[in-house]
Design a protein around this ligand. Structure first.
Ligand SMILES: Cc1cc2nc3c(=O)[nH]c(=O)nc-3n(C[C@H](O)[C@H](O)[C@H](O)COP(=O)(O)O)c2cc1C
Length: 328
């Protein structure tokens, strides 16, 4: 059954979603996700106590996390019934942002499989409207709220206001499409002060989302600063910045299977260097059950994905969970 639905989705992706212009594909995919009550069907989930884990002390029914990209509460609600152990909302900024003009998302296809390059630029409704929209959302699984700021004050405002509506708070310092957010990795001393400040006041456990483009700084400065501040979860990580002339910004963040080898290396190295003090959510290129299993085997505590949700469909989480029950 799992395989049949996965094959059907693959035919839909290859035959329809990957052939129509990207904005139309996004609109169609998101409309279907809102309209179809897939979250009511048991087939997408696998509930088994052996899969449970914790992240920053918060219990997750399983270690598969939907990575940040959706902010519409109707989609977040559906996603919470599609087998994930936690769902991450899109990064929210203090003020609404229209994001970068189209083209802001293009598809890639390499020997490794289909991927995406985006320069979304944080299109989001802003703190006040997002907060209001989340009010009625039942947390069927933990909700990770994500925040993106350009100053210390931005992060403090966002974490204090949004934190209570989530179960964990992800601090995004790594999206490559907004210069001031991406630049945090170039200012590790200032970032240390931000993390210390947030760790003191956050109402929920924090996750720091790292960029795969700054491995040396992450491991020399940012992770030690996080641990010293009392933040013990990192998400490693975000998209990789590349030049992409088809995009309005001529550059964007690469996601999907091309970045998987780097994700695996980053987890392996980081686990070796920081041991059990650090909890790692491994994100980047997971689009198959064996890739998720490999990251967990190398020491990740959870695995996240977004592009695999688009290219492989809503059955992937359950396929991963079935694989995990077979053991490492
Ligand atoms: C269109 C798009 C929008 C994204 N928006 C966000 C965001 O708002 N915040 C964030 O931390 N990551 C964002 N990401 C990054 C994903 O959460 C994820 O870290 C990245 O795509 C790598 O994982 P993947 O290869 O499984 O997609 C976005 C990715 C895409 C493709």
């Amino acid at each position: 059954m799992t395989r049949a639905i996965a094959a059907l989705y693959r035919a839909f992706y290859d035959g329809v979603l990957s052939r129509i212009p990207e904005p139309a594909a996004i609109a169609l995919g998101q409309s279907l996700l809102r309209a179809l009550p897939l979250d009511r069907l048991g087939v997408f989930r696998l509930e088994d106590p052996r899969l449970a884990t914790t992240l920053g002390g918060v219990r997750l029914p399983n270690p598969v996390v939907l990575a940040a990209q959706y902010y519409d509460p109707r989609i977040l609600r559906r996603a919470m019934g599609l087998g994930f152990g936690a769902v991450t909302a899109k990064s929210i900024t203090v003020n609404p942002r229209p994001g970068h003009p189209v083209p802001n998302l293009v598809r890639t296809r390499s020997a490794a499989g289909p991927g995406l390059v985006n320069c979304n630029g944080f299109a989001n409704p802003g703190l006040a409207a997002f907060r209001e929209s989340l009010a009625g959302l039942v947390h069927r699984v933990p909700l990770i709220v994500s925040v993106a700021g350009e100053s210390v004050a931005d992060y403090v405002t966002l974490v204090e206001a949004l934190g209570p509506l989530g179960d964990l708070v992800e601090v995004n310092i790594s999206s490559p499409n907004t210069r001031l957010v991406y630049a945090w990795s170039e200012r590790p001393q200032e970032l240390r002060a931000v993390l210390e400040r947030l760790a003191r006041t956050s109402p929920r456990p924090l996750i720091v989302k790292l960029s795969p483009d700054f491995a040396e700084v992450n491991e020399r400065d940012i992770i030690p600063a996080a641990l010293e501040a009392g933040v013990r979860v990192v998400n490693y990580g975000n998209t990789r910045r590349i030049e992409e002339p088809r995009l309005s910004q001529r550059a964007g963040g690469l996601s999907g299977p091309d970045i998987f080898p780097a994700t695996l290396d980053n987890v392996r190295r980081t686990r070796k260097r920081f041991g059990d003090a650090l909890e790692i959510v491994a994100t980047g290129g997971v689009d198959a059950p064996d890739k998720a299993a490999a990251l967990l085997r190398e020491g990740a505590r959870a695995v996240g994905y977004f592009t695999g949700f688009v290219t492989r469909g809503p059955m992937l989480a359950r396929a991963i969970l079935e694989r995990l029950l077979q053991g490492p």
